[in-house]
Design a protein around this ligand. Structure first.
Ligand code: C5P
Length: 308
């Protein structure tokens, strides 16, 4: 993830992600779940901008949603200090011993509670933006330690690119040599709480000594993708949270049935949902399927692609 200087402002693109593979191995003594996942960023994302405070109020620190953000999203995004952008900026400021300052403006495009990592990506973007705007020059490794305190997926977004993620998601192993995949994504109107989805799994308890390692199945999945054998990879994939998401949010099952009838095979859940996605053969096919799905009023529909 990179900050770009635009005049006196700084900007970052905060991509969404899809979990192309997600296994839950068990519940740890700290209450988090041990995961094994492969995540890819997509071209759909939020946009975060930082603008210096005015000369009259140089220490002013603000957060706002851009006026183009859809009203339903505006109502659902916390704009106070509990917003992940504010938390990330304050955490970095505390660590660096500076006063947080300037206005962070978020253009929100990624649906909430969809399993697409919107909030985590915004948090990573805020770290990158504040690091650049405040001239702190922290390394990615140093920012990553802060990122893991903000959320399990935040280090993935900071690293940029596709990756296998282990632990509670914060151990990021970048994967190169992947094709860009055209995808159709549907986010039902109802979201799923990540904490509730994990809790309802009743996963087996793991001992203190558990050592994260990539399984043979996930290694094969990644190798197939690198070879461009997407159909073969898909026969190996799983999302262990899909059943829990369907129980917690009936729209997931309903939308999944409609989705399958349009594309001819069952879609996969991303993260803890509620969004479902499918890999298709071309950008044209993605647009065609997205138009058909949008006409069925299933929720927010996107034709997009994974990034390398
Ligand atoms: O880390 P993050 O804040 O995104 O996680 C939200 C919640 O999801 C956690 O509080 C926890 O209940 C659950 N979770 C989990 N195991 C993970 C990641 C998240 O149990 N690996």
């Amino acid at each position: 993830m990179y900050a770009r200087r635009v005049g006196s402002a700084w900007e970052v693109f905060a991509p969404a992600k899809l979990n192309l593979y997600l296994d839950v191995l068990g519940r740890r003594p700290d209450g988090f779940h041990e995961l094994e996942t492969f995540m890819a960023p997509v071209r759909l994302g939020d946009h975060l901008r930082w603008q210096a405070a005015s000369a009259a109020e140089p220490s002013r620190f603000d957060f706002a949603l851009d006026a183009t953000t859809p009203w339903a999203t505006v109502a659902a995004v916390p704009t106070g200090d509990d917003n992940l952008v504010c938390r990330a900026a304050r955490l970095l400021a505390d660590e660096a011993g500076v006063e947080p300052h300037g206005t962070f403006t978020l253009t929100k495009r990624v649906p909430l509670q969809a399993g697409m990592g919107g909030g985590s990506s915004d948090a990573a973007a805020a770290l990158v933006l504040a690091n650049a705007a405040w001239g702190l020059n922290y390394s990615v490794a140093r920012l990553t330690l802060l990122a893991a305190r903000l959320g399990s997926d935040v280090p993935f977004f900071l690293a940029g690119g596709s990756a296998v993620c282990l632990g509670r998601g914060e151990i990021v192993q970048p994967v190169r040599g992947l094709p860009c995949l055209d995808v159709v994504v549907v986010a039902p109107r109802e979201g799923v709480s990540t904490a509730a989805a994990f809790q309802s799994l009743h996963a087996p308890r793991l001992g203190e000594g558990f050592l994260p390692a990539v399984s043979v199945q996930l290694s094969r999945f990644v190798a197939r993708l690198q070879q461009g054998a997407v159909a073969a990879a898909w026969r190996l994939t799983v999302n262990r949270l899909q059943g829990a998401a369907e129980r917690l949010c009936p729209s997931v099952g309903r939308v999944g049935t409609t989705f399958a009838s349009v594309i001819g095979h069952a879609p996969l859940l991303t993260g803890s949902g509620s969004a479902l996605f499918s890999v298709v053969h071309s950008a044209r096919e993605a647009r065609r399927a997205a138009a058909l799905l949008a006409s069925q009023k299933v929720g927010a529909v996107f034709a997009t692609a994974t990034c390398r």
